[in-house]
Design a protein around this ligand. Structure first.
Ligand code: BJ8
Length: 423
């Protein structure tokens, strides 16, 4: 990490605080990840990206900025990366998953707020995250109440452009969302000084679709028994998907999948054959929030799928590539993005259909509903999720948690009992 001090100074990072943050991560990563047995070789790339998390990619981003590119930070899977790249900018997902930043967030936000919001706010205000420091602009969105209001605080530190995300999915909302995408395109064009052309948008749609296809391929392989890769490793890959160079990321995921294909042919897995298979559904798990996966997978079960925004919601739907004019392509983008099923929408019954479908496809034995503390939309929606699963006799357990380690032992006890009950 020491090689990057010049970079961090250049980015106006608070070096002392940043040293404190960086002192925690390597041991944590070692305990959770490097302790796993029989990991695929293809994980080495992703290990490298995380072990150099505040160096490698931020350095590339600074180099791109020096060549005139703009860096655009985003917080939600409804913000279309395709438009950002088509305007010759770089998109990076910024959600905060570390407890380290929560106290800084709590200096300006209520304590009884979702840790994800407090964490990313703290990351920006404490000047300890090079990704925030690299960003020229942040794109917010009107999803949950906490996020909606936090933009009014963060905009004192950096320019924020807020997209008005509808909360229903009627025909009029599809039109509104298409209009929002056009407004975002205009904003990005004025930021970069570059007009989005048909060719640029078509090629960025292809590029991001390829990334989604690679993730889909990876998830397909998790349907095997024994499962060829741990849920923890896949979670890490999904988290890296948000900020890595999309083309390199796609290539590395495909290389890993080739290796997993070979494992499957040999009947090799990272868990015993017939290990209990868990689906996690609920709120996103931003890096380095690995708590629940680590607990499940050190309790004898395998996480085989995540119905979350750091899981299937991120990659399942592709953008239709048949558009030839800008208008057609933006319409296709609007349709694809509004197909995502977040609890901020009402009604959101398609999410429940997705969960039931995924349970079937991934031959799931039990479901864990994961809720970040104080996330009202997912907490309320849990009632209907539970009811739908109970009607089909599918076991479900609710885990509500934050980013601290205070509840780890208690969660472990509950998860172990749940897995035992599945046997
Ligand atoms: S599409 S889940 S990424 S809004 S967990 S901040 S909802 S209080 S992150 Fe999300 Fe987009 Fe929806 Fe996905 Fe609010 Fe809940 Fe916190 Fe959340």
């Amino acid at each position: 990490m020491s090689n990057y001090y010049e970079l961090w100074k250049y980015l106006d990072i608070d070096i002392d605080r940043h040293d404190e943050l960086m002192a925690i991560l390597p041991d944590f990563f070692k305990d959770v990840y490097l302790s796993q047995k029989n990991r695929p070789e293809g994980m080495n790339y992703f290990n490298l990206v995380v072990s150099s998390i505040h160096g490698l990619r931020p350095k590339e981003l600074v180099e791109l900025r020096n060549k005139g590119k703009k860096v655009v930070g985003t917080f939600c899977v409804y913000v279309p990366d395709e438009l950002v790249f088509a305007a010759n900018a770089v998109s990076i997902g910024l959600c905060g998953g570390s407890q380290f930043w929560v106290p800084d967030g709590e200096k300006v936000l209520p304590k009884n707020l979702c840790p994800l919001i407090k964490s990313f706010t703290g990351a920006k205000l404490s000047k300890t995250c090079p990704f925030f420091q690299c960003s020229d602009i942040l794109i917010g969105e009107t999803t949950c109440d906490g996020k909606k209001k936090v933009w009014e605080i963060l905009n004192k530190s950096i320019e924020i452009y807020v997209m008005n995300l509808p909360q229903m999915k009627r025909e009029q909302e599809y039109k509104e969302w298409e209009n929002e995408l056009n407004l975002l395109k205009n904003k990005l064009e004025s930021l970069t000084g570059i007009k989005v052309s048909n060719d640029m948008l078509a090629s960025s749609i292809k590029m991001i679709n390829n990334k989604r296809k690679a993730l889909k391929r990876l998830y397909e392989l998790r349907k095997q028994n024994p499962v060829p890769i741990s849920g923890k490793d896949v979670l890490l890959i999904s988290q890296i998907a948000f900020y890595d160079d999309p083309e390199r990321f796609t290539q590395k995921v495909n290389v890993l999948c080739d290796e997993l294909d070979e494992r499957i042919k040999k009947g090799e897995g990272v868990f015993e054959k017939d290990a209990k298979r868990i689906l996690i559904t609920g709120t996103p798990m931003a890096l380095p929030n690995w708590k629940l996966h680590h607990i499940v997978e050190t309790s004898g079960a395998a996480v085989v799928c995540e119905e979350t925004c750091t899981g299937t919601r991120y990659f399942e739907n592709l953008v239709n590539e048949n558009g030839t004019t800008l208008d057609e392509m933006i319409k296709n983008l609007a349709e694809r993005y509004l197909e995502t099923n977040c609890a901020c929408f009402t009604p959101n019954t398609k999410r429940i259909e997705d969960i039931l479908r995924l349970i079937n496809e991934y031959k799931v034995d039990g479901v864990i509903g994961y809720n970040l503390q104080f996330c009202t939309p997912y907490a309320v929606e849990y009632y209907n999720v539970k009811k739908a699963l109970e009607e089909k006799n599918i076991p479900i357990l609710l885990i509500e948690s934050d980013y601290t380690e205070n509840d780890t032992q208690q969660i472990k006890t509950r998860v172990e009992a749940f897995i035992e009950m599945l046997k």
